[in-house]
Write a protein that binds this ligand. Sequence first.
Ligand SMILES: [Zn+2]
Length: 226
Amino acid sequence: MGWSWKMGRMFGIDVYVHATFAVFLGWVALSTYLRTHESAEMVVGVLSMLAVFGSVVLHELGHALTARRFGIKTRDITLLPIGGVARMERMPEKPWQEFLVALAGPAVNVVIAAVLLVGLTVAGATLVPDLANARGMDSFVARLLWVNVGLAIFNLVPAFPMDGGRALRALLALRGDYVAATRLAASWARASPSSSACSGCSTTRSWSSSRSSSGSAPPARPPGCG
Ligand SMILES: [Zn+2]
């Protein structure tokens, strides 16, 4: 993806950050400072955003590493302000593989949330962040917990291009209902030309096939956005 910088390599997969993400972080820093007039709050604001996007990277790695078990390589993962994109060399061939790959991302967010929940409970900390009065690192972990709960729920919405839509389509195909599965995929294919449909992938965008492989994919296996 153009205008992207390589941040590093995780599990053999290059992780990039798009230039617009840096602009977004700058906006978070500036808006936080203008609101609070405190440098420390500005740093916390940026750290919070980085923690959220760290969760997004792990979400995408969930997709990528599950796909790897089925022999599918992921070319790279790119972070955008609207989420992450894992570019896979091809789509899974079998519906059950697609089902598992689709659910692996949200499952990572569920695990993160569960670990944070246990940690907060053991520490006797509050699970419900006081957003109105939170200062500094107050309730940072609790906020991250609920962000991950939100990411899991949001991505499980059963509509394309969300992970839930892919899982539903795979499930329909597994049951032999290819007509319904293809209709579901076609509904996304019709919507895909609009940019708003793509931004609908939002905070943690679904895993996607590469642009090159998506061009040759059959209609029943549409590419994710990005
Ligand atoms: Zn996903």
